[in-house]
Write a protein that binds this ligand. Structure first.
Ligand code: ZN
Length: 396
């Protein structure tokens, strides 16, 4: 699949270059086996440039040749399904590295910016590895951006996608030692933005907040994931910091009754009173109120639904994590059951559940899932969450 896609990409480029009147010899048998060896440099500048030109012309899979600032040339070719990039100083004829186009005193800032953008794009289990910058990095010096492809990094679990970073020059303009064009508008690649091309599931956590909630929020953040927490009214004040942290980190907070009584066994009046009281507590912590309710045990009827101004959120994947306290079991169970649009039920009051989420999220990522809140999932599936109605999952 990957191979086909790249070949198509290559053909387009070749066509483009042809159209520009640049001849590309497709088969240079003498160079084929040593196509990535450095040209032997002559003594004078002119012969060095000629040798670089010869090297470029002899690349059988030339993808792109770009002159930069009249001083450098960036040559990209394709070999064994991966990009090979070489940067030459056209005047001295030497092959140089990417730092040559960065102001010497800004090299450190440049790399720290690259790493910051890596962490913005990828979950930590990927960016932790890529940010070491100690394997094969391939650079495309484009008109408006610098693109880095990352090869040979050992990531576990292994993502089934090309790992790359597109850095708009606006981000690094102060560090560049070459003349660059700046876009007026650009957006960073942000891994927490919802990608409609991916499968999407909602993770939900009931019965908290509790002693593990804060750590769970960190784990979600580290994995570019968001979740909905259905909290007990009585726990809100006790774990105020966790409630605030969830809210500040764009997690969603729903209501799960005041103290986990079955709604059907409570007086309607009490249910409403407790809901209002809990709303006041949440408002005092976050400034917001509850819009979603998950009834304890999923136990609900029309009368109760009519009495509370919220949407009712049930689930369609129940991990029974209160019973299965084995992290590998929980991870495998979700990976087996998850499908686009699912609402998955966990409880953040069990340490084993939080540990399981830490294991699970990288696997969901490499399986192509994005993990979002219930409201985001509804939004993505163009479902209007109506008051007094209940939902178990969403479809698109
Ligand atoms: Zn519960």
């Amino acid at each position: 699949m990957m191979k086909i896609r790249k070949k198509v990409k290559l053909k387009k480029k070749v066509f483009l270059l042809m159209a520009l009147g640049i001849m590309i010899p497709l088969a240079f048998s003498s160079f084929k086996n040593i196509s990535f060896a450095m040209p032997v440099l002559g003594t004078d500048k002119e012969s060095k440039s000629n040798l670089i030109n010869e090297y470029i012309n002899n690349l059988s899979n030339l993808v792109e040749k770009k002159e930069i600032d009249s001083r450098f040339v960036n040559v990209i070719s394709l070999e064994d399904d991966r990009y090979i990039s070489k940067l030459f100083n056209f005047k001295t004829g030497e092959e140089v590295n990417i730092e040559s186009i960065i102001k010497p005193e800004m090299v450190e800032e440049f790399w720290s910016k690259v790493n910051k953008l890596l962490y913005l794009k990828y979950p930590n289990f990927i960016s932790d590895v890529l940010s070491k910058n100690d394997k094969t990095n391939t650079y495309f010096v484009k008109d408006n951006e610098l693109v880095i492809y990352y090869y040979d990094y050992e990531i576990d679990p292994l993502p089934n996608e090309e790992l790359s970073l597109h850095i708009n020059y606006n981000e690094i303009k102060d560090y560049m030692d070459i003349t660059i064009k700046l876009d007026k508008t650009y957006e960073n690649e942000d891994g927490s933005k919802i990608d409609l091309n991916k499968k999407i599931v909602a993770l939900t956590f009931d019965d908290g907040p509790g002693p593990y909630t804060s750590r769970l929020i960190d784990i979600l953040n580290n994995n570019k994931a968001h979740a909905t927490f259905f909290m007990l009214g009585k726990n809100l004040s006790i774990y105020k910091d966790a409630v605030k942290k969830a809210y500040d980190n764009k997690m969603e907070i729903g209501y799960h009754s005041y103290n986990h009584k079955n709604f059907k066994r409570q007086k309607l009046e009490t249910i409403v009173e407790e809901f209002n009281e809990s709303n006041e507590i949440l408002k005092s912590i976050t400034g917001d109120t509850f819009h979603l309710i998950r009834p304890p045990y999923g136990s609900i009827n029309e009368k109760i639904k009519e009495s509370l101004d919220a949407s009712f959120i049930l689930w369609n994947v129940d991990t029974e994590d209160w019973r299965h306290k084995n992290t590998d079991y929980l991870k495998d169970y979700v990976l087996e059951k998850a499908q686009d649009g699912n609402i998955i039920l966990f409880h953040d009051i069990h340490k084993s559940s939080v540990d399981a989420i830490e294991k699970l999220l990288p696997y969901l990522y490499v399986e192509g899932y994005q993990v979002v809140t219930v409201s985001s999932l509804a939004n993505v599936t163009k479902t209007d969450l109506e008051l007094h109605k209940s939902y178990r999952y969403f479809t698109r």
